[in-house]
Each structure stands twice: as C-alpha cells, then as structure tokens.
Write a protein that binds this ligand. Structure first.
Ligand code: EPS
Length: 375
C-alpha cells in the first residue's frame, strides 16, 4: 500500500493516490470528512481555517462505496485558492505578489530557497506547509477503515500543550472522548490551564507546540520483523510520525524513560493467562524486537511550536542580506489538535502498509481470512 500526495497550500487543491488497496473495502466517505473537519479544528487555530471547509472528493478506485483494487485517487479543494490565483495559477501568475524573503526561523524557508535555487520562499513554503496533511488524513482514514475490517482501532489524545501536561494513564476506551474537547485533552483542569496559556501566547504574538499520544488496539502479534531492520514495526511507525510537519521527537512505550531506569523496571514480565501470553505492564509500547507483541501500541510525538510568530523572530532578509523581523501575516497559535488527528492518520497508514505487506490479499475477504488464521 502506498500513498502519494500532491498540492500546494494556496494552490487549487490537494491530491492523493493510494495504490495497493484490496477490492470490496467499504469506504465511509462521511468518516473521512469527519476526520478532515476534526483536523481543521481545535483551540488556537487561526484565520485560514475560517476559509476552508475540507471535504474529500474521490475521483477513482471506488464504485458504489467499495474499492475496486485500482488506484484510489482523491482531491481536497483549497477554498482559499480564489484569493491566491493571481500569484499561484499554474497557467500564469504574477510572482511578485506575496513574495516572502524575510525567512522564518524554524520553517523550511531559508534552507529550501538555497536547496531549490529560488529567490522567493513562497516556492518552498507552499509545499512545506502543514496544509499537505489534509491529504494524509484522507489516506489515513481509508487505512483506518482497512484496519477496522480486521478489528484494529487507532485513537489518541493530547497529553501536553506548551508545558501543561496530563501525566495520567487513560484507558483506550476513554480516548475518543478527547475529540469532543477544545484541546483534545482528557484532564479538564489541565485543559483549562492549557487554553489560558494559548490565550496568553496569542496576546504576546507567540505560539505553542505540544505532545500527542497515539494508541493502536487489537493488533495481533507478529507484525513487523526482527529479521530485517527496514521492516521493524517501531521504526516504520516512528518514521511515519516523524514525517509530519513540526514533529521533533517520537517515543514508543516508555520511550526515553528506558534510558533512566534499571532493566527490572523497564521490561514487561510475561504471564500465561487463559492459554494466552500476556504482560501486566506495557513499557515496551506493544512492540518487542521490532514486532507487535499483541499488547496496545503506544506512541508519543512532540510537536514544536508553529514557526510563524506574529511578533516575528530575528532573521535576515534573503533579498537584501539585511537583518529584519521574520514574515508573519496570519498564523495559528497552536495546531496540536490538528497534529493529533494527523498522527493518528499517518500511524494508521504505516500500520496498514505493514499489515498488507504481510497478508497480501486481492480482496478484503481474503485479507480478513488470512488475518483470522493468525494466532
Ligand atoms: C501553515 C500556515 C497556515 C496554516 C497552514 C499551515 O496557513 P496560511 O499561511 O494560509 O495562513 O493555516 O495550515 C493549513 C492551511 C491547514 O489546513 O492545516 C504553514 O506555514 O505550515
């Protein structure tokens, strides 16, 4: 299974093509739109999301709501394009409009200009922008529907916003409730504190990042590999999380904590319960030796604060070489809820890729039949 995305942030639309889906998978378009709209929301989002109303249009690969096993192509239109056509149109545009040379620290602007031999960071940021992640949410929701056909569910919540952290453990069944909350947090007190922090940062023209936890429930053991480094499930899932704009750190299970504790406090002891092997702790985050071990998969990712600060950081104008304040027209103060949805989506897609490689199968009945035969 493979997803290719295309599209600029202020271009006509975002596009994606998924190859490798089996036939007869029922595609729930309303669910895709629900995740697209969840990705747009959350406390701290800025002006752009008042313009966009993301909806998927499936262009090929699905007939009467079922996959055909042919490439599934889809589009998500950018409503903002009509405000940008004059400077973005492929058919001819005035590229002197909306030039950006006051490169933003933390964004792709400067390195991208140099690498791609440009003089305008617009040619870089349009693709580096997190707008691209709408296409990954579409792909991820389709992957979620594939996994659900096997009894595997993906969920998550926001654990931390700019230092305000919920350190409690939450059962998988509680997690979906987070999506009805303004910051996708499960601790009301922490959430109120985090919202106040976002308000304060907004006043100061500053931005916030955070930490998201993603959990995967119901996956049988044995997905991934201890034989080939490139097929290790933890490596693949972490690469997927790290591929999301603004992610600077990822953890599995106890994560960085394993380096601070003795082995007896880290490794999950094994018990036999009702003929099944179980662990009573899950510090490994459901993955041992690069393979799923049948426990819940637990992943965490840290999102850096948005690099467009309304107060502007010190930088250099690429056009003049003179010191200046970095560009800012409009920005989100926090996009941690969007990040949570995106991370669930990319984790679902990476897992669906690994599952489909192991199981193969041309139609979903065949895939499920093979999955059910596994111990
Ligand atoms: C982004 C800048 C903002 C965000 C955008 C990501 O867009 P604009 O420059 O149009 O105000 O809103 O995210 C999205 C558009 C989105 O849909 O998530 C950036 O520079 O990365």
């Amino acid at each position: 299974m493979k997803l290719t995305t295309a599209g600029e942030s202020h271009g006509k639309m975002l596009l994606g093509i998924i190859e490798g889906l089996p036939s007869n998978l029922v595609i729930d378009i309303e669910e895709i739109d629900r995740y697209l709209s969840l990705r747009q929301g959350g406390y701290g989002r800025g002006g752009r999301q008042k313009i966009e109303r993301d909806r998927v249009e499936i262009l090929s690969g699905v007939r009467d709501r079922k996959t055909l096993a042919s490439p599934l192509a889809f589009a998500v239109k950018n409503r903002d394009y009509e405000n940008w056509a004059a400077c973005m149109a492929p058919e001819g545009a005035d590229t002197s409009l909306r030039r950006l040379t006051k490169v933003r620290p933390g964004h792709a602007d400067l390195t991208g200009i140099i690498k791609y031999d440009q003089t305008d960071a617009r040619n870089i940021l349009e693709r580096a922008s997190a707008r691209e992640t709408a296409a990954r949410v579409v792909g991820g929701t389709i992957a979620r529907q594939y996994l659900r056909a096997l009894g595997v569910e993906v969920s998550g919540y926001v654990r931390c916003v700019c230092g305000v952290e919920d350190k409690a453990f939450h059962a998988f069944e509680e997690l979906e409730g987070a999506k009805t909350q303004p910051l996708f947090m499960l601790d009301d007190k922490k959430q109120t504190e985090a919202m106040a922090k976002i308000d304060k940062l907004k006043e100061l023209g500053d931005t916030a990042g955070g930490i998201v936890e993603i959990r995967i429930k119901g996956l049988k053991s044995g997905f991934g590999s201890c034989m080939s480094y490139s097929e290790k499930l933890d490596a693949r899932l972490c690469a997927a999380l790290m591929s999301v704009q603004a992610i600077k750190g990822v953890e599995v299970g106890m994560g960085f904590g394993v380096g601070r504790c003795a082995g007896s406090a880290v490794h999950d002891e094994i018990f036999s319960e009702g003929g099944r092997y179980r662990r009573r702790t899950n510090n490994a985050g459901g993955i041992e030796g690069g393979m799923s071990n049948g426990e819940e998969i637990v992943l965490r990712a840290a999102m850096k604060p948005i690099p467009t600060l309304m107060r502007g950081l010190k930088t250099v104008d690429y056009a003049t070489g003179e010191p200046c304040t970095a560009a800012s027209e409009r920005s989100d103060v926090a996009a941690i809820c969007a990040c949570e949805i995106i991370l669930e989506s990319v984790a679902a897609f990476a897992l669906a890729e690994a599952v489909s490689e192991r199981l193969g199968g041309d139609n979903i009945k065949e895939v499920k039949g093979r999955y059910d035969l596994l111990p």
